[in-house]
Design a protein around this ligand. Structure first.
Ligand SMILES: [Zn+2]
Length: 447
């Protein structure tokens, strides 16, 4: 499997350029050629001819629509020591993403039109992938008064997803009002489901491991109670609820029930909750401290099954970069969270594709189609087959399914290193990412 950029490459940053991708396998299917002409996927077929185009020998590489992450912490403004919009979106492009939704818990909080427009503009200036700011639900994430949802929706950033992520909107009346408010413009409230009183000072999953370590636990019921309440509210109001990072088997059951009612409830799961378990906390290594916490093997199994059957709609990274002084400290003082943009696709391949739970088209739906639908991205990107047909936007990721690579945190484009996968060998490698026809990654490197 060779990866070669033709010697005739001119200016790879020229968005008006043409790229002929030779021998790609769209959604893992039969090999074809794909021609990207400017921002549009112009042609697909055998042995295409495109005189003057840049040629990429992509023999055997799988082509998926550009990935979409509904849950990224870019940390700018305020914590540029941990991540910036530029560094985080470089990490995203290397991970195969063409759109990330940037969470609102920045400093200042993204709770006004001014801040979401600032983040949106920083994304445009960096140019590595599209940045869609998430607006806060409540002022300052304090859970007391609704933020300026309408002003953020009608701003240049056109916010459609609102979340107090990091905090739960625990007040039921406020949650109901937020759901009612965003209905007018088909927005969605993305809830960090964590009943605060049940999780005061919690350090890890409540169970056998927390009992053994003598640390205060985080009961599954604290997540499930909020999901059940909010599903009922979303059904009552007729609005869209999205549940961030579900982590328990019980949550999957509640989501299955809510969907069976026809309510507009969607959910995401992180790569780490699909793989890692709470017994890792016995190491007291804070790299495993995350919110929601790592759960049990039975939860992991239920999450994989829920993602496979569509009860959980999508994978979202919850990429949570932290500076060393906030993470490399004792367990109780460490901030929760893990970086994830540069490893998400590989983990997803390992836990979902390799065991046969999802095929490539299914994986593309969970990492591109479904998040596009939930986040309100253009219609053409919401169906992964349509997203790779002529006429679609040329947002494409090429990955080598046979490659294996070893995670080296110091090689990350992210400014932070808090990955639980250091030294681990992972399957699948992103070789190239195209954002509206312009390569952001070639030969596995940022362009
Ligand atoms: Zn969260």
């Amino acid at each position: 499997m060779t990866q070669r950029v033709d010697a005739a490459v001119r200016d790879p940053l020229d968005s008006g350029g043409r790229w002929l991708l030779r021998g790609v396998r769209p959604l893992g299917g039969a090999a074809v050629d794909m021609l990207l002409d400017g921002p549009v996927l112009a042609e697909i077929g055998p042995a295409l001819s495109a005189p003057g185009a840049n040629v990429l020998d992509a023999d055997g590489l799988i082509a998926l629509p550009g990935l979409v992450d509904l849950h990224t912490h870019l940390r700018e403004p305020g914590r540029e020591d941990a991540e910036t919009v530029a560094s985080g979106t470089r990490a995203a492009a290397l991970g195969g993403f063409t759109t990330v939704f940037a969470m609102a818990n920045t400093e200042p909080v993204a709770d006004t039109a001014g801040v979401v427009e600032q983040v949106w503009r920083l994304g445009q200036a960096a140019g590595h992938c599209d940045v869609r700011p998430v607006g806060a639900v409540t002022e300052g994430l304090r859970g007391a008064r609704l933020a300026e949802l309408g002003a953020m929706a009608s701003s240049a950033a056109a916010v459609r997803v609102f979340s107090d992520d990091g905090n739960c909107v625990s007040d039921a009346v406020l949650m109901r009002r937020a759901l009612e408010y965003v209905k007018a413009f088909d927005g969605v409230i993305a809830q960090h489901a964590q009943e605060p009183r049940l999780t005061e000072n919690a350090q890890l999953n409540e169970g056998v491991v927390s009992a053994r370590l003598g640390l205060p636990g985080w009961p599954a019921a604290a997540e499930e109670a909020i999901i059940a309440r909010d599903a009922l509210l979303a059904g009552h109001v007729g609005s869209r609820l999205h549940v961030c990072h579900v982590s328990t088997a019980g949550s999957v059951e509640i989501l299955r029930w809510a969907k069976s009612k026809g309510w507009r409830v969607t959910a995401e799961v992180t790569p780490h909750h699909l793989l890692l378990t709470d017994d890792l906390a016995t190491s007291y290594d804070p790299v495993y401290k995350v919110n929601p916490p790592l759960r049990t093997a039975a939860d992991v199994e239920a999450l994989r099954a829920g993602l496979a059957d569509g009860t959980i709609d999508c994978i979202a990274t919850d990429h949570a970069p932290h500076a060393p002084q906030d993470k490399e400290t004792e367990w109780a003082a460490a901030r929760p969270g893990m970086v994830g943009l540069e490893t998400a696709l590989s983990i997803a391949i390992m836990v979902m594709v390799e065991p046969g739970l999802l095929d490539w088209a299914g994986l593309a739906d969970r990492m591109a189609g479904a998040p596009s639908r939930i986040g309100g991205l253009p219609h053409a990107s919401r169906d992964v087959a349509a997203a790779l047909r002529p006429g679609a936007a040329a947002n494409v990721v090429l990955l080598d399914p046979a490659a294996r690579w070893t995670v080296d945190p110091h090689a990350f484009a992210s400014r932070s290193r808090n990955t639980p996968y250091a030294g681990r060998s992972l399957p699948g490698r992103v070789q190239a990412t195209f954002l509206r026809g312009r390569p952001t990654v070639l030969d596995g490197k940022i362009v």
